[in-house]
Design a binder for this molecule. Structure first.
Ligand code: PLP
Length: 423
């Protein structure tokens, strides 16, 4: 068992240095020694309370009691794998299928978003008989070999080889702020037609690592048509934005009226317990039946109990409606702040998936990357955790546990106002 008594930070860092690979960096620049979490807050070893505006995994709150109890109860009763028949598995799959369009009724349960995206690509390849894939500029889809090749965020980023593999086709980013005036659907259609024969388009239904960019109106419908005309499948990566975060809908793709062929979900699914899934149609799932498929841990009874508890929290606590209401408040206050501070070039997002972009010049949109870093550090000093993202690391990301409250938002905005004034 690991010890509950906090080890001094210096010693923890020494052990990290000795035992962790250097490819893994520390969050929030200066090391933060966290000892426990409760709903929207994290507590540091020195007693400081931090409002967590970053962790979209702890969807229904850090250490949510309902989730913790469900886990402990099921752990004491049974944990096995999906080769056995048990209520939890079928009930959980049915519960998720009920949130999706009727056609997407077959689910595969795995342990991480990467595993789920990798599986989705394999399924698309099995169904279409094609190998190539299409992705969007700036996207991150996971850490496996195949997914690094499918993540421009990685292969074009530090340590990447810059150019895509020959089987990967990249759509330009439909960023209405930085690329104002472009006919995005027409541009995407051209690129998709140019890709020839491919298995599918893997796309986030709101771009996250690319800088919290909502897809322009009509974009998803247009790319979906173009993809199907080429014989490919539309794979919606809802790993960051799913499970009601956008407020108006359970899944971000629903806003567009488009029904994807495959939906991938992860992060918030187990509220921190490793869970992810792929849902598709019975027909597409049938194309994947030639080779036996099995995940040792995916869909085990403990995971299913945890997933059920997360769904209970979302539904019983009305968290989607809260995301819409709180997100609206956050957005409105950020827009007010934008009027006051010209460094805020753009405010965007839906529900509790928001971002604001810092620029040093409103006409050239010169990214204010350094200021974005300073803002994050100063907010942390004031007890609010934020992060930066986007190709220029100048977009401040907001994707908190969905259980935060009005007071958290108002306090954050007061701090932001002061920090922006001081920049
Ligand atoms: C959009 C998206 N897809 C997939 C993944 C991969 O998920 P995981 O880290 O659980 O493998 C991530 C992780 O950040 C992600 O943001």
């Amino acid at each position: 068992m690991t010890s509950d008594t906090p080890t001094p930070l210096g010693e923890l860092l020494r052990l990290r240095e000795a035992h962790l690979g250097k490819a893994l960096s520390i969050a929030h620049g200066k090391p933060l020694h966290i000892t426990h979490g409760s709903m929207q807050y994290l507590y540091a070893a020195d007693g400081t309370r931090y409002l967590d505006l970053v962790n979209n995994v702890s969807h229904v709150g850090h250490s949510n009691p309902r989730v913790t109890q469900a886990c402990a109860h099921q752990m004491g009763l049974l944990n096995t794998n999906t080769r056995y028949v048990y209520n939890g598995l079928t009930e959980y799959l049915g519960r998720i299928a009920d949130t999706l369009p009727e056609t997407l009724s077959v689910g595969f349960l795995v342990n991480s978003g990467s595993e789920a995206n990798e599986l989705a690509v394999r399924i698309a390849r099995a169904h279409t008989g094609a190998h190539d894939m299409v992705v969007v500029e700036g996207a991150y889809h996971g850490h496996t070999g195949m997914l690094v090749d499918l993540s421009p965020y990685k292969f074009r980023g530090p340590g990447g080889k810059g150019e895509p593999e020959p089987w990967v086709h990249v759509l330009p980013i439909p960023d209405s702020y930085r690329r104002d005036g472009v006919d995005f659907p027409a541009e995407a259609r051209l690129a998709i037609e140019g890709a020839g024969r491919f298995a599918g388009l893997l796309i986030e239904t709101m771009l996250s690592c690319a800088g919290q960019v909502p897809l322009p109106e009509g974009y998803l419908a247009a790319v979906c048509r173009a993809v199907r005309e080429q014989g490919g499948l539309l794979i919606a990566d809802e790993v960051q934005v799913g499970f009601g975060r956008v407020g108006s809908h359970m899944w971000a793709f629903e806003e567009s009226g488009v029904i994807p062929d495959i939906v991938v979900m992860g992060k918030p699914m187990g509220n921190g317990h490793p869970m992810a899934a792929v849902f598709t149609t019975p027909e597409i799932a049938a194309s994947f039946e030639q080779m036996e498929w099995f995940s040792t841990f995916g869909g085990n009874p403990v995971s299913c109990a945890i997933g059920m508890a997360v769904m209970d929290c979302i539904e019983h606590d009305g968290l989607m409606a809260r995301a819409e209401q709180l997100g609206g408040r956050f957005m409105q206050r950020l827009v007010e702040l934008q009027d006051k501070h010209p460094i805020i070039g753009d405010v965007r997002g839906r529900g509790l998936f928001l971002g604001f972009e810092l620029v040093s010049d409103l006409s050239t949109l010169e990214p204010a990357t350094e200021e974005a870093g300073q803002l994050v550090n100063e907010m942390r000093r004031r007890g609010v955790l934020l992060s930066t993202d986007g190709p220029h690391h100048n977009v401040i990301k907001i994707k908190p546990p969905m259980v935060l409250n009005e007071e958290d938002i108002d306090t954050t905005l007061e701090h932001l106002d002061e920090v922006l004034t001081s920049l």
